[in-house]
Design a protein around this ligand. Structure first.
Ligand SMILES: [Ca+2]
Length: 482
């Protein structure tokens, strides 16, 4: 069965994973430092939509560093987040498992249960210790490990938070990660009311900006660890609300917004550009530290962009929290020094769970065999060498047994097809994304056999991963709720 979990751990040498440049270096210099595995810099931008960069089609946001990064990377234009909201995607990145398998299926602590025919299952509101995180696997392979920025994987009860912070999940250093899904403020001291960034190192001054501060801390760690392999999970709070840009960038975009533009929020545009500046700063320092040819960089998002007054994911339908493509299709770029595919686009559908086995393979890390049995992702390394190739995977899946912007649902993407099953009444919608990327034409009635095939795959997958279905409320009556 093609959906069976499998983890491709490379038996091949680490230098092969680092790419031709590293190989060339190894041929001429066999010093110990050249034998060490590549650094991994994983940039996870929060709520960053599929068109939220100049090179991704924005008609407002200016992102010269992201544009250059895309030219130096393989760009995955069918890259997906594992969920339409934050915590499940972050859990999937840490474990390589679908949220449906870990039961961490909603943002923590989740929304208030609305009136409806379904109730939440007893889902898992934390990243459980039974999993071997990517940080633990890399730490055990000799990496220095740091988490910077948003974590959002602890229980919400203050008494339990400490036990689930990044430090308890394999990260040697935690800078800025806590239970919150957004900062109190993007400006020093990053607090408002009870929301605060409580674990930033001391220092800083009035006016300091959170995105810049996290970048500064990342540069400090890269410098400190320059002679050792490191894994930095740099999970920017940006571009999540509150929309709080740096004043000078805000002024720039207030002058640039034009009537009728799809992207029209100057504050959000400025926050996107701050992330862009950070990427430029990180790459500049990697060069100065002579680490650019041994550092693999990932750039992606945890869910789609927030539509309405903030951004727009056109041509995709809808956005964050919703079940259509705008909720889950996200920018995804991977830069591996010296790789053949730089500047190319790979259209193979990939999803958050793939990063775990990819990074393990690149690092030459074996991970934990018991955990690996249940990893859902596939290594993307073959796609970096040949972006035209395929993973030979039947499908990727989503499962969201909660109410949010949409009703509880499951979905499957296979080839050009995407089928969505609505759990309230189990009806389906079917789209051909190659012909209709905006999901405007439901083909489920026209192509019942295709719909049935995908529905059956989705049901089998739910069984296989042990997905928790929402609970049906027997006494629910729509009219009684009016
Ligand atoms: Ca998010």
């Amino acid at each position: 069965m093609t959906t069976k979990p499998r983890l491709l751990i490379a038996a091949a040498c680490v230098l092969c994973a680092a790419g031709p440049c590293a190989n060339a270096t190894a041929d001429t210099n066999s010093s110990k430092s050249d034998q060490r595995p590549p650094n991994i810099l994983f940039l996870l931008v929060d709520d960053w939509g599929w068109t939220d960069a100049g090179c991704l089609g924005s008609d407002l946001y200016q992102t010269p560093n992201i544009d250059q990064f895309q030219r130096d990377s393989v760009n995955f234009d069918n890259g997906y987040s594992a969920c339409t909201v934050c915590s499940p995607t972050r859990g999937a990145l840490m474990t390589g498992m679908y949220p449906a398998r870990t039961h961490l299926t909603n943002y923590i602590p989740g929304a208030r249960q609305p009136a409806g025919p379904l109730r939440n299952p007893n889902w898992t509101k934390r990243l459980e210790h039974r999993h071997v995180t990517i940080a633990e696997a890399l730490r055990d392979a000799g990496y220095r490990t740091a988490h910077l920025g948003k974590w959002h994987l602890t229980p919400f009860n203050d008494d339990e938070v400490e036990e689930y912070l990044p430090g308890k999940h394999g990260f040697e250093v935690n800078i800025g990660g806590n239970k919150w899904g957004q900062p109190g403020s993007y400006f020093h001291p990053y607090r408002k009311g009870i929301r605060s960034i409580g674990v930033l190192p001391p220092g800083g001054k009035e006016g300091d900006y959170l995105t810049d501060r996290l970048t500064t801390e990342a540069v400090r760690l890269m410098t400190q660890w320059k002679d050792e392999p490191f894994f930095l999970h740099l999970a920017y709070y940006a571009v999540h609300t509150p929309i709080q840009p740096k004043p000078e960038l805000l002024a720039k975009y207030e002058n640039l917004v034009s009537p009728g533009s799809r992207h029209a929020h100057p504050g959000y545009a400025a926050m996107v550009e701050s992330v862009d500046q950070s990427l430029g700063t990180l790459r500049k320092h990697l060069q100065e530290l002579n680490l650019d040819d041994r550092t693999i960089i990932f750039l992606t998002s945890d869910n789609g962009g927030v539509i309405g007054r903030i951004t727009d994911n056109f041509p995709l339908r809808s956005g964050k929290s919703n079940l259509y493509e705008g909720g889950v299709r996200v920018p995804t770029m991977i830069h591996r020094p010296g790789m053949a595919g730089a500047g190319t686009t790979c259209s193979e559908p990939i999803i958050t769970v793939d990063f775990y086995p990819t990074i393990l393979e690149m690092a030459g890390a074996v991970g934990n065999s018991e955990h690996n049995e249940y990893v859902d992702g596939l290594s993307l390394v073959p796609l970096l060498s040949d972006p035209e190739s395929s993973l030979d995977r039947q499908a990727i899946y989503w499962h969201y047994p909660h109410y949010q912007a949409a009703t509880p649902y499951g979905a499957v993407r296979s080839g050009p097809w995407r089928l969505i099953e609505f759990y309230e009444d189990m009806h389906v919608e079917l789209y051909n994304l190659v012909d209709d990327i905006g999901e405007t034409k439901d083909l489920s009635s026209q192509l019942p056999e295709q719909a049935e095939k995908l529905r059956s795959m989705l049901h089998s997958w739910r069984q296989e991963v042990g997905a928790q279905m929402p609970i049906r409320v027997q006494e629910y009556s729509p009219t009684a709720q009016d």
